[in-house]
Design a protein around this ligand. Structure first.
Ligand SMILES: Cc1cc2nc3c(=O)[nH]c(=O)nc-3n(C[C@H](O)[C@H](O)[C@H](O)COP(=O)(O)O)c2cc1C
Length: 115
């Protein structure tokens, strides 16, 4: 399984680094032709980040699931980018994490992606 991520202010990148996995930065990639799990943040009131939309335009057929970061101050749209992607591409939201997540979050995500 491969991994791809989008991070604007560093939280998702921190998750990737603490997991110790190799992951493609979607904003630097033209696409991927192997199965992958996407890590993304949630943008402007529940939106999927533009760079993620572009990446999925070319690579969604290999998408297996999404791990999404958000912030609970956005009560109505918490981690909604993951829900939007899940519906649009019929893949599961594997985990919702607030900002860069706690050590417990990282352990839970590690378990999910290794299973
Ligand atoms: C302009 C802006 C809009 C955001 N909108 C949402 C939102 O609608 N829902 C949510 O759960 N988080 C929202 N967030 C929070 C980010 O998704 C969250 O902090 C995430 O961890 C950022 O990841 P990054 O540091 O890797 O870019 C927003 C953040 C910003 C700056």
């Amino acid at each position: 399984m491969r991994f791809a991520y989008a991070s604007r202010t560093g939280n998702v990148k921190s998750i990737i680094d603490r997991l110790g996995i190799d992951a493609i930065d979607v904003s630097l990639s033209n696409g991927i032709d192997e199965d992958f799990i996407l890590f993304t943040y949630t943008d402007g009131y529940g939106n999927v980040p533009y760079e993620v939309e572009d990446f999925l335009d070319t690579s969604s057929k290999h998408l297996k699931g999404v791990i999404v970061s958000g912030n609970k101050n956005y009560t109505d749209t918490y981690c909604m980018a993951g829900d939007v992607i899940s519906k649009q591409y019929n893949v599961p939201v594997l985990y919702k994490v607030e900002d860069a997540g706690s050590d417990e979050d990282i352990a839970a995500i590690a378990k999910i992606i290794n299973s």
